[in-house]
Design a protein. Sequence first.
Length: 362
Amino acid sequence: MHHLTSFTPFCPIMQSTSPFPFANLSSELVLLIFAHAARPTFVKTGDNEQQNPYASALSLCRVSKIVRRTVLPELLRTILLPEYNNVTAFVRTLRMQQAFALQENDLRFDYGGRVDRIWFGQICEPPPQAPVHSNFASSTTSELDVDFRLLAPVLLSAPSLALDFESLWLLYGCLESAWNSHIHMNDSECAPPPWRTNNLTLVGEFNRWRPLTSTAEGSAFLASISRLSFLSPTKAETHLLPTYDPCFDDLEHRKYPLPEWMTNVPWDSFKRLRTVSLALPRIVLTVAAKTSLGEENVDVELLTLFDPPHSAYWEPKDISAYTESGEGRIVSVGVRAKLGDSPIQFSVSFDWEEAWARGLLK
Ligand SMILES: *[C@@H]1O[C@H](CO)[C@@H](O)[C@H](O)[C@H]1NC(C)=O
Ligand SMILES: *[C@@H]1O[C@H](CO)[C@@H](O)[C@H](O)[C@H]1NC(C)=O
Ligand SMILES: *[C@@H]1O[C@H](CO)[C@@H](O)[C@H](O)[C@H]1NC(C)=O
């Protein structure tokens, strides 16, 4: 725990090798230090490539019940669920918490309202279960991997939700579950909707809106979103420059229209939309980057439009037109990317998850 070295001024006689007298600190201070140490590290570099970002928090949770209670909020603030097994593990935790709550166990902890941001990677819907013999039915029902009644209150309580298009089934499932119980408990027509999602980030190239726009809960959900971001495509078209070129004209380079798929977004469903952002599909790379294939920080331009389209019929203009008129703003963000080269095509795939977790994609 290298954080503690900065506290040595408190005890100047101590030799740098002797253990830090932790017990001399007030318990409030100790808990603050634990909370700080528990903050997840989302920067993946070299050695911690495979490391779980929550590793410190998870080991601190084993120190004592009080420490666990202190560090859990840090762990829950940003939840990353990159793969199917991460989602099922998370749902198992929620199921365990449900049991703890019933038993009034000391380990119970209410996750509701603790999660600010939640990310779902590419999580494909499992194929429907083959019809089972009634003899086996009991064993399969208890193994339901994703229980929407448990997942919905957590997923929908996060103000910021990011998910891959492949994972939209999780959102539909949660919305349906929350909406149905909401209607049961509804006492006034103007009860707030059963979600707190404001910022919605969609990742990937898939563009199918019907499942959301065709249901009451899906439409109500879209209507309540105020910031919408698109992180697609994941593979970028590249323009290679021989070296850094000071004469490279940004404006000229941005004289191309917004991507075609944007016209398929049901803009009229977004009643409260204030900004829409997207990662611009054209990436400029220098040959220097190209020759060192592997992992690089690649500059991606994010365009934010302050006056998003309001009707289904909308004609996208050139990107330069939005920036010149002040309707849009571009920021450049360094995103970790894997560069690949085949004889036919040069490709880039971005680690959007890391960039999102680090808060670069605002
Ligand atoms: C997701 O699950 C894998 C394998 O079970 C694990 O190695 C990884 O650390 C998990 N990731 C997160 C962010 O929890
Ligand atoms: C909510 O409850 C009111 C009466 O309290 C009822 O008129 C209304 O239809 C209910 N709304 C829904 C969506 O069920
Ligand atoms: C939602 O987006 C806005 C603007 O991009 C940002 O300032 C805010 O922090 C985001 N909220 C969360 C919970 O990430």
